[in-house]
Design a binder for this molecule. Structure first.
Ligand code: 2BA
Length: 109
């Protein structure tokens, strides 16, 4: 069995969850926050048999898209009297950051 942990953009999460359900996969949805941008994203946890893994990854690839975002970097440390206005920088976010883990044991009561 595998545990798939996917961090996805919140704009893609609804479509992804609907498609996962339509394909018969169970999932848990957790609201999360990216450590770098400090913006909300969604973490989706999916436990599945190994023969379902490729279908799940296919659905994730189809549902999650990369997007460009501008962020304001922290201002640099300056000498007194210096003035520097940092300009926004562009980062590419997503589509999905996916971890696939092997499950040692799975139980449901
Ligand atoms: P954030 O940490 O908010 O990162 C958002 C985007 O900012 C990243 O997109 C990446 O393009 C950029 N970024 C992150 N750290 C950076 C840094 N130190 N310097 C420059 N740019 C940086 P993604 O790579 O697509 O990541 C999207 C979200 O997935 C992340 O949001 C984080 O919540 C999660 N994530 C990504 N890699 C991870 C990892 N190795 N472990 C755990 N979560 C991860």
């Amino acid at each position: 069995m595998k545990l798939i942990v996917a961090v996805v953009n919140s704009d893609d999460s609804r479509t992804l969850i609907e498609r996962l359900m339509r394909h018969g996969h169970s999932a848990t949805v957790i609201g999360s926050t990216g450590g770098f941008l400090r913006e909300g994203n969604t973490t989706i946890v999916i436990g599945a048999q190994e023969d379902k893994l490729e279908d799940i990854l296919f659905v994730i690839r189809q549902s999650c898209h990369t997007r460009k975002q501008f962020i304001n970097p922290l201002p640099p440390v300056l000498e007194p009297g210096e003035l520097q206005i940092p300009s926004p920088i562009e980062v590419q976010v997503g589509g999905a950051t996916v971890f696939v883990l092997s499950v040692e044991r799975f139980e449901k009561y």
